[in-house]
Every structure is written in structure tokens, then in C-alpha cells.
Write a protein that binds this ligand. Structure first.
Ligand SMILES: C[S@@+](CC[C@H](N)C(=O)[O-])C[C@H]1O[C@@H](n2cnc3c(N)ncnc32)[C@H](O)[C@@H]1O
Length: 237
């Protein structure tokens, strides 16, 4: 076997898939225009710990993104709810009585292991977060079972509302499924990705490759030089 092929095979068998994906993501966001953050504004939060920088930063990013949209009616679709931390903030950022918020989650954890995080890590044992707002509805189950039956209802609501999609499922497989499935009904929406240094970058890149959809990034948050939360707009290709 040629030396180059032998080296590649050795690297492929030694390195974990997660490690190799990580390399792809680093090069992707610098080289692929569809996931390049170069033209977007960096949102910085003061502090040095992850909670101060990444979590504080994402809250500022959410506010800036909602400010762009203004006080109009929205249809917010969140994929990955967990204990409702982000959903709780979204309902405060848009108080229009006709806005609607849908939170999709298994509420039993991830469908597969994610970067060493066990499937059960995000399990809340089927419990919905306690959010006392009649505009919010939670949908329990795996996305590939729960989203399709809801699409007509959501598309109807979207006719008079600005659609915002919060992608916070962490996994490549979940994010890719969502991007393709939503695109059939929602060819133009505002997106927020919560974990853009992870699988989500590659999912968006592969989705844009396949569909020719357009992306424009508004804001991004960096943690130790790598993007975490990003927001922007997706448009039909
Ligand atoms: C990082 S947590 C969400 C955190 C939440 N948005 C917050 O800010 O607190 C990711 C969630 O995605 C859910 N999830 C990932 N893939 C899923 C899938 N295919 N179907 C249903 N739920 C999924 C997991 O159950 C988990 O609760």
C-alpha cells in the first residue's frame, strides 16, 4: 500500500470519530462560506469561566437576535429543551400575546452518545419544565417521530409570525434531520445554534451543500477561540 494511504489508514484507526470531526469543524468554519462567521458580530461577555463567557454570551446573543426581530409575533421552535433554561428566557424576550413557543425534546436524554456525554445525561425522566406561560407547548419524543405530524399546524402558525428555530440538540444526526425536515415547510427563518463548535456546524454545512440554501450570520459567541452560540438567517437556495 502507498505510504500516504498507510498513514491515513493508521490515523483513521487510531483517532476517534469525534476527534476527526473536530478537525473538520475547525477547518470548515474558516474555509466554507456557508458556515463562515467572518462577517458576523462577536458578542462578548465579561469574565473568564465558561458560565460567564459562553453562557453569559449566549444570553446577550439571544437578546440581540430578538431585538433585530422587534416586538412582532413569533413562532419559536426549540429543539432540545432539557430543563427549559433557554425557553424560559425566550418567553421573556418576546411578550407578544400571539407569539407561540414549541419545545421539542425526548425529555429522556439523547438518542446516542455525544462526545463522551452519556445518553442519560440530559434525561429529566419525562418531566416538562415548569414554565407558566400559556403560549408555550412541549412536544415529547424523538424528533423523527414528533416533528412530521406537527408540520402542517406549525406552517399555518408561521403564516402570520416570524419563525425562529433554536437548534440545541448537540448531535449531528438530530440537527441534520431537523434542517432537512424543516426546510420543506420553512424555507426562510432566523436560526440560533447553541453548540456551533460541535456537530451542528457540520450538519449545517452538509445541509447547505445538499440544498443550496443561503446563510447569513448575525452574531456569534466565542469560548476559548471557538464558536459556541451563533445566530443568523437561512434563506431558500
Ligand atoms: C443541550 S440539551 C438542551 C438545553 C436547553 N436548550 C438549554 O439551553 O438549557 C439537548 C437536548 O436535546 C435533546 N435531544 C437531542 N436529540 C434529540 C432527538 N433526536 N429527539 C429528541 N430530543 C433530542 C436531549 O434530550 C437534550 O435534552
Amino acid at each position: 500500500m502507498p505510504l500516504k494511504a498507510t498513514l491515513k489508514q493508521a490515523l483513521g484507526s487510531l483517532a476517534s470519530i469525534d476527534f476527526l470531526e473536530k478537525l473538520t469543524e475547525y477547518s470548515l468554519r474558516q474555509k466554507a462560506p456557508s458556515v463562515s462567521l467572518a462577517a458576523s458580530e462577536e458578542v462578548a461577555a465579561p469574565g473568564t469561566t465558561w458560565v460567564e463567557v459562553a453562557d453569559g454570551g449566549r444570553r446577550k446573543l439571544w437578546r440581540k437576535t430578538f431585538d433585530r426581530i422587534g416586538a412582532r409575533d413569533i413562532l419559536l421552535l426549540e429543539f432540545g429543551v432539557f430543563k427549559g433554561d433557554s425557553m424560559r428566557e425566550f418567553v421573556n424576550l418576546n411578550t407578544s400575546p400571539d407569539s407561540r413557543f414549541f419545545g421539542f425534546d425526548s425529555f429522556e436524554g439523547l438518542p446516542e452518545v455525544w462526545r463522551g456525554t452519556s445518553r442519560e445525561h440530559f434525561s429529566v425522566h419525562g418531566q416538562f419544565p415548569d414554565i407558566a406561560d400559556s403560549r408555550v407547548r412541549f412536544v415529547k419524543g424523538w424528533f423523527n417521530k414528533t416533528l412530521e405530524p406537527m408540520l402542517d399546524e406549525l406552517a399555518e402558525l408561521a403564516k402570520t409570525r416570524q419563525v425562529i428555530v433554536h437548534f440545541d440538540a448537540d448531535l449531528y444526526s438530530s440537527s441534520l434531520y431537523l434542517l432537512f425536515t424543516l426546510y420543506r415547510h420553512f424555507p426562510d427563518y432566523v436560526f440560533i445554534f447553541d453548540e456551533f463548535d460541535g456537530h451542528e456546524t457540520r450538519a449545517l454545512y452538509n445541509f447547505v451543500q445538499a440544498t443550496g440554501a443561503g446563510t447569513e450570520f448575525f452574531h456569534h459567541v466565542l469560548w476559548q477561540g471557538c464558536p459556541t452560540s451563533v445566530s443568523g438567517r437561512l434563506t431558500a437556495g
